[in-house]
Design a protein around this ligand. Structure first.
Ligand code: AMO
Length: 429
């Protein structure tokens, strides 16, 4: 029976393992094969004079990254990683890797990110790269768990759509029979319609598509959005769910991913404490201006401004009370000061992770806001109808899964947290 490599300990006498040849070290009379599976690396020690002719023949043939089956005797030894080695009775090459390899999996020869992404299947074999995705898996599981536990219903909304949500310029058009269609840039309109459909609390974790022209370390053309919408709620309620979900994900990773954090050499993994501090947009632009990045009311925050404010805050925080002019039509303005609205951004000191708001649930005001943005309400009829027949007040947010993982693990480029990233220049692999 196959034994995962991490379970091969001196307490078992005999083991059969399957894995990839991570490294081969030939010392003349003695050869070490380091064999790797998803659970770890094991030293296979081959004293050439003491093993069978079949083992020697396989050893002669084997190349790095070949898949092998090794069966033999487990021995305790101080000299090998984790204090054990396997001396083979049999060594079989299951699938031989060609040479030379397009990429060094043992991480001794560093490669440019582009080369790594071109050969992603090999890159993903690296323990450090693999650890990112095990942690990403735990982050999404934790958020699922948190939202389920708090009575949110998980939904799937269409990705082929007829209308823009976040402003008309960043859509990928699609050939959809004889109709105009696009890839959805956000589940925004659908999650709101589900509030009108009586779902009360929904969440969705799914792809969003944005035809952003710029190539940055924090933008993708296909990203994963964690979307929440809740009824009979305002922006304060939405922020509370958001900060608690994020803190829960951090705690989950701390509790369940110690080995992966060690692989990534992250020693001081801190769970952010809730509640996150809140500053208004006005305060944010003051901090930015004082810090040498001057901003006026109505400006979007540049990434340089985000950095200045983030440095001052030093933790996760919210920016609230945004100028109404800077936010999409679906945002609820304050009644007594309509120039600002009930929108928020949740920020990591490095960058924005999430946007949200209390939504406008008042039909006439919503139609007006659509027109004010220069859009045609007729194009939004399917979305607007639920607002005519009983729409609860509601609020929600969208949280970028890749940015959450990127900042949690201090990755330099958002692409490192995506299996097969899509950007301005990359649609393959
Ligand atoms: P927004 O457009 O701010 O809001 O997106 C929400 C979050 O999604 C992530 N994100 C991206 N991540 C990587 N690459 C991209 N191109 C990209 N675009 C967005 C970010 C961002 O903070 N409908 C609203 C949400 C809402 O109000 O519920 C929306 O889409 O982390």
């Amino acid at each position: 029976m196959r034994i995962p490599i991490k379970d091969v300990t001196p307490s078992i006498e005999h083991a059969k393992i399957f894995g990839w040849v991570h490294e081969e070290r030939d010392l003349g009379g003695l050869t070490f094969l380091l064999v790797r599976d998803r659970t770890g690396i094991l030293q296979v020690t081959i004293p050439k004079k003491k093993v069978s002719a079949e083992v020697l023949a396989a050893l002669k043939e084997v190349t790095r990254e070949s898949v092998v089956e090794v069966e033999g005797v487990v021995k305790a030894t101080e000299k090998a990683p984790n204090g054990r080695e396997l001396v083979p009775d049999t060594l079989k090459i299951i699938s031989k890797a060609e040479t030379p390899l397009p990429l060094d999996v043992s991480e001794k020869v560093p490669a440019e990110l582009d080369t790594r992404l071109d050969n992603r299947y090999l890159d993903l074999r690296k323990p450090k790269v693999n650890a990112i995705f095990l942690i990403r898996n735990s982050v999404l599981r934790a958020i699922n768990e948190y939202l389920w536990d708090n009575k949110f219903t998980q939904v799937q909304t269409p990705k082929i759509v007829a209308a823009a949500t976040e402003g008309g310029t960043e859509l990928f058009p699609l050939a959809y029979f004889d109709k105009e269609a696009f890839l959805n840039q956000s589940p925004q309109l659908y999650k709101q319609m589900l509030m009108g459909a009586g779902f009360d609390r929904v969440f969705e974790i799914g792809p969003i598509f944005r035809a952003e022209e710029h190539n940055t370390v924090r933008h993708l053309n296909e990203a994963t959005s964690i979307d929440v919408e809740m009824s009979f709620a305002n922006e304060q309620d939405a922020m509370s769910v958001l900060e608690n979900a994020v803190a829960y994900a951090y705690q989950y990773v701390k509790d369940h991913c110690a080995a992966e954090l060690e692989t990534l050499e992250i020693k001081d993994f801190k769970v952010p404490s809730v509640p996150f501090p809140k500053i208004t947009y006005k305060e944010a632009i003051e901090i930015s201006t004082e810090g040498g990045e001057p901003l006026a009311f109505g400006d979007d925050l540049s990434s340089a401004a985000e950095r200045v404010i983030g440095e001052k805050m030093g933790t996760m925080y919210f920016i609230t009370e945004w100028p109404t002019s800077t936010r999409p039509f679906y945002t609820m303005p304050f009644e007594d000061k309509p120039e600002v609205c009930r929108a928020f951004d949740m920020m990591h000191p490095r960058m924005e992770l999430s946007s949200g708001a209390q939504r406008c649930h008042i039909y006439d005001l919503l139609v007006k806001q659509i027109k004010d943005k220069g859009l045609n309400p007729d194009a939004f009829e399917f979305y607007l109808n639920p607002f005519r027949y009983g729409m609860p007040p509601h609020a929600g947010w969208g949280l970028g899964a890749e940015r959450l993982v990127m900042t949690m693990l201090d990755l330099q480029n958002i692409r490192e947290g995506v299996l097969f990233p899509r950007d301005r220049h990359r649609v393959s692999p």
